[in-house]
Design a binder for this molecule. Structure first.
Ligand SMILES: *Cc1c(COP(=O)(O)O)cnc(C)c1O
Length: 439
């Protein structure tokens, strides 16, 4: 005993066990934890007390999602394996799990089985990746190769977005050399849906960006008529479906994504509503060739076979094996579990809306999915209520401005949220709002 190797093995075992023990205590204790950390914990760099308890059941800010237990376990193992998922030869198991998980994801999202996709860091990177393929495809049709010849002197392409487009799409278009000032913006309705009758008359192929799930209202652009209009001009329809696209997994909500399978590319997140650990997003297209042309990399030592190689669909080369966690999420939920997760979140969003409305507050959106916008009166009072709700610690919600109105935004996207979490959170909101009325 006590050789240096043995001492190292004992120390390593102890270190990893301690980390697992602490992580488990964190996960099991999160229900009793306040959601936002105290300033003093952050100042003291106090480890887990300084974290935002966003993986618990009462975090409703942005669209975040928690972590399914099976996914966290897979994440630990994947960390231990430390696989580089760039190429099949670097990690055959990472490549195979990625293939399987992507196929399951296409099926859950109601997309054609012969799509091709890449696993990236999130919907922003997925929007960028898919739109790079769109740019390549449309320019190639006009005899221009953007990868080889760049964009100087390239034929112009019209870019079309709805008035309530997510900022990440604008960022992606900017990165791709599509100046934001050149973008055509189509009017949206009161829920943020693009009005298809306001689409410009297209004489040449354009790139039309639509969204499944507006980040404020949860509303869906009408994909059916937009894809019809796009077909006539041979335009490319790209879908930003960061969270909303998962409605496809539920028989009850599937109608919301009607027509979306007719688009050309899709961006979605796994780290939001699918409750995969950060970070994980998917870029998917039914046109593999332009995706590989833009994202492929060639060098003698990267020579590959006939099978799909993970790095040739994504901006990255070396990358962690995100497919392991995606696989674990879809495997542990199954299609019934995924449908139940979507349906439960939507029912809890309606529960929030009903209880807040009964308490006399104003719901600003049609609650069609998992997003709720609530006003507590004047803009100043609404901001003050949001600030105090965050400080009080029972739950956490952020603020937004929806078509000129300040609102608190509630996003229900965690598997861990129970109806009791909703009740406790509404009670805290009402308590805080009453207190605000009195000051
Ligand atoms: C969150 C979100 C994005 C950006 O996703 P990231 O994962 O943060 O990159 C894009 N579009 C919509 C609609 C979103 O909700």
């Amino acid at each position: 005993m006590n050789s240096p190797e043995e001492r190292l093995a004992v120390a390593t075992r102890q270190l990893l066990h301690t980390a697992a023990e602490r992580a488990t205590n964190y996960v099991l204790g999160i229900r009793d934890r306040r959601v936002a950390p105290q300033d003093s914990d952050i100042a003291a760099l106090a480890g887990s007390p300084a974290t935002m308890a966003s993986t618990g059941g009462r975090y409703f800010g942005f669209v975040i999602g928690g972590t399914l237990p099976a996914v966290l376990a897979a994440n630990w193992l994947a960390g231990a394996w430390d696989q580089n998922a760039a190429l099949r030869v670097m990690s055959p198991v990472a490549a195979v799990l990625e293939d399987v998980a992507l196929r399951w994801a296409y099926e859950a999202l109601g997309l054609p089985a012969d799509c091709e996709g890449g696993i990236v860091t999130g919907a922003t990177a997925a929007n960028f990746t898919a739109l790079a393929a769109a740019r390549q495809a449309l320019l190639e049709r006009q005899g221009w190769n953007a990868v080889a010849d760049g964009l100087f002197g390239a034929p112009p392409i019209e870019m079309i977005v709805g008035a309530e487009v997510h900022a990440s799409v604008l960022k992606a278009l900017g990165l791709l050399g599509f100046g934001n000032r050149r973008i055509t913006i189509v009017e949206a309705d009161a829920q943020g849906r693009m009005r298809p009758e306001k689409l410009p008359h297209l004489r040449k192929p354009a790139i039309i960006c639509i969204q499944a799930g507006n980040v404020n209202t949860g509303a869906f652009d009408p994909a059916g008529p937009i894809c019809e209009a796009a077909k006539i001009s041979r335009s490319w329809v790209h879908v930003d479906g960061a969270f909303g696209l998962w409605a496809a997994a539920s028989p009850q909500y599937r109608h919301l994504v009607s027509g979306y399978a007719n688009a050309d590319s899709w961006a979605t997140d796994a780290h939001k509503w699918l409750n995969v650990t950060y970070d994980c997003g998917l870029a998917i297209t039914k046109h593999p060739a332009p995706l590989r042309t833009t994202m492929g990399m060639s060098a003698a030592y990267l020579a590959t076979g006939a099978q799909r190689e993970p790095m040739h669909q994504t901006p990255e080369a070396s990358r962690r094996a995100r497919g392991v966690e995606l696989w674990a999420a879809l495997k542990s939920l199954g299609s019934a579990g995924l449908a139940e997760l979507v349906e439960r979140s939507c029912a809890q969003a309606r529960l929030f809306a009903r209880q807040l409305e009964e308490a006399g507050f104003h719901i600003l959106n049609e609650v069609v999915l998992n997003q709720v916008l609530v006003s507590f009166g004047s803009p100043e009072r609404t901001q003050e209520v949001i600030r105090l709700v965050q400080q009080e610690g029972t739950c956490w919600c952020g603020s937004t401005v929806w078509q000129g109105k300040v609102a608190m935004r509630i996003s229900v996207s965690s598997w861990a949220t129970t109806d009791e979490d909703v009740d406790r959170s509404v009670a805290a909101m009402i308590r805080v709002a009453r207190f605000c009325r009195e000051v």
